[in-house]
Design a protein around this ligand. Structure first.
Ligand SMILES: [Ca+2]
Ligand SMILES: [Ca+2]
Ligand SMILES: [Ca+2]
Ligand SMILES: [Ca+2]
Ligand SMILES: [Zn+2]
Length: 404
């Protein structure tokens, strides 16, 4: 915990909870007890990491935990910021024969909890890796209530004694790749899109017409479909460079999405979570069609287990709620990272929409989202140990004519 002093106000929050642990007078907050609303909040606003604060933190963590944490720049943004990737694993310098998990935040720069949760997870992992098993809530039992969304010891508090052994197991047996800020320029400008200048929707103007591409529409999969189904895929917005979901001149036109692509293509990754905010729900491919992927059952199985931990809704296209709106055959999101990760790299990939509303200022809400998703991330790492076998056995091919 020695480096915690550099984390600004976040530290206060973390420290408060460490005190909770130590004094045992308060249990740790958890999803089930904590239902604050931003409207009732009047305290000091949560301080989200800036890009520079994150950069400093990651360098310090690498200095402090060189055996299990390795920092790498995947390339530069238009404004010259490094896109940082943090690898967590034992023998971290080596590419070991262990399953890979990819955890991303901030494809959209104005969705601040999405990087905060990843940075929180990284800190939880390194701080607990070498810690002896501890009775964090001082009830005389050790690790009796790990972060899994369940009040395991039925004392009325949920997840109040996280397991240090579990952190060690996960780090020793997984290669975890975290990209907390895919879009640091957008984070700094507090914009959804990145900050690269556009020269008309197809790059044919001599002058700058607008700024930014929606990185989560820029991944190259089924790029042609919006031409065929213009209404369904919001063609006019996708191809209007001033719109919030402008997808760019061509697939992977953006430095950030290309950095993710180039990186992923050099790794064996089994499962991926991409954090966004907001809404407290999760979705998985296909995101452009009600058609099931060949791994629908696996997607649901992992998604339902994550849902037990974070209490979020797993949105299953085609049967969500009372409405039929979800994705008639051709509709939905084209160019998401998840579609590409799954289609091209066979990665079981989810969008995670954190928090009840955009970038909350209530520290309890942010903390709660971060804490629960430590549990989600740990679960996903554990599941990655068997998931390649599951992918092979649960594969259910669709017919050729179904390929759209
Ligand atoms: Ca413990
Ligand atoms: Ca305990
Ligand atoms: Ca408990
Ligand atoms: Ca628990
Ligand atoms: Zn988003």
């Amino acid at each position: 915990m020695k480096k915690i002093s550099r984390l600004g106000r976040n530290v206060t929050i973390i420290s408060v909870f460490i005190c909770f642990f130590m004094t045992a007078t308060f249990p740790i907050i958890s999803g089930s007890q904590l239902e604050p609303t931003s409207t009732s909040f009047s305290g000091e606003a949560y301080h989200y990491f800036t890009y520079q604060e994150m950069t400093d933190l990651l360098h310090e963590l690498e200095d402090d935990y060189p055996d299990i944490l390795k920092l790498e720049s995947l390339g530069y943004t238009y404004e010259g910021r490094s896109i940082w990737m943090v690898k967590l694993s034992d023998n971290v310098e080596e590419n070991e024969d262990e399953p890979g998990v990819l955890i991303m935040g901030a494809h959209h720069g104005d969705e601040k909890p999405s990087f905060e949760a990843v940075l929180f997870f990284i800190q939880h992992m390194v701080h607990n890796y070498s810690k002896v098993n501890t009775d964090d809530d001082g009830d005389g039992q050790i690790n009796e209530d790990p972060i899994d969304g369940v009040d395991n010891d039925e004392d009325g508090f949920t997840d109040e004694d996280p397991s240090e052994d579990r952190v060690r197991e996960v780090i020793n047996n997984t290669q975890i790749f975290c990209i907390p800020m895919v879009n640091p320029d957008g984070v700094e400008a507090n914009t959804r899109k990145n900050r690269a200048p556009n020269y008309g929707p197809y790059g044919q103007s001599d002058e700058i017409t607008s700024y930014g591409v929606d990185l989560n529409r820029n991944y190259g999969f089924r790029w042609f479909l919006p031409y065929l189904f213009k209404e369904n895929y919001y063609f006019n917005w996708l191809t209007d460079d001033s719109s919030g979901i402008y997808r760019g001149e061509r697939p992977f036109s953006e430095k950030e999405s290309r950095a993710v692509k180039n990186f992923v293509e050099t790794k064996d990754i089994s499962i991926s979570l991409s954090y966004h905010d907001y809404g407290e729900w999760m979705i998985f491919p296909w995101m452009h069609s009600s058609r099931w992927t060949p791994h629908e059952r696996l997607f649901r199985s992992i998604g339902e287990n994550m849902s037990r931990i974070n209490k979020y809704e797993l949105r299953i296209y085609g049967q969500y709620g009372t409405q039929e709106y979800l994705i008639p055959r051709f509709c939905g999101t084209i160019g998401s990272s998840e579609n590409w990760l799954y289609a091209r790299r066979n990665i079981i990939a989810y969008t995670m929409e954190l928090c009840p509303h955009r970038a909350p200022s209530n520290p309890s809400i942010v903390y709660s989202a971060c804490y629960r998703h430590v549990g989600v991330n740990l679960y996903v790492c554990e599941r990655s140990w068997t998931v390649e076998e599951e992918k092979a056995t649960s594969f259910k091919p669709t017919s050729f004519f179904n390929f759209l």
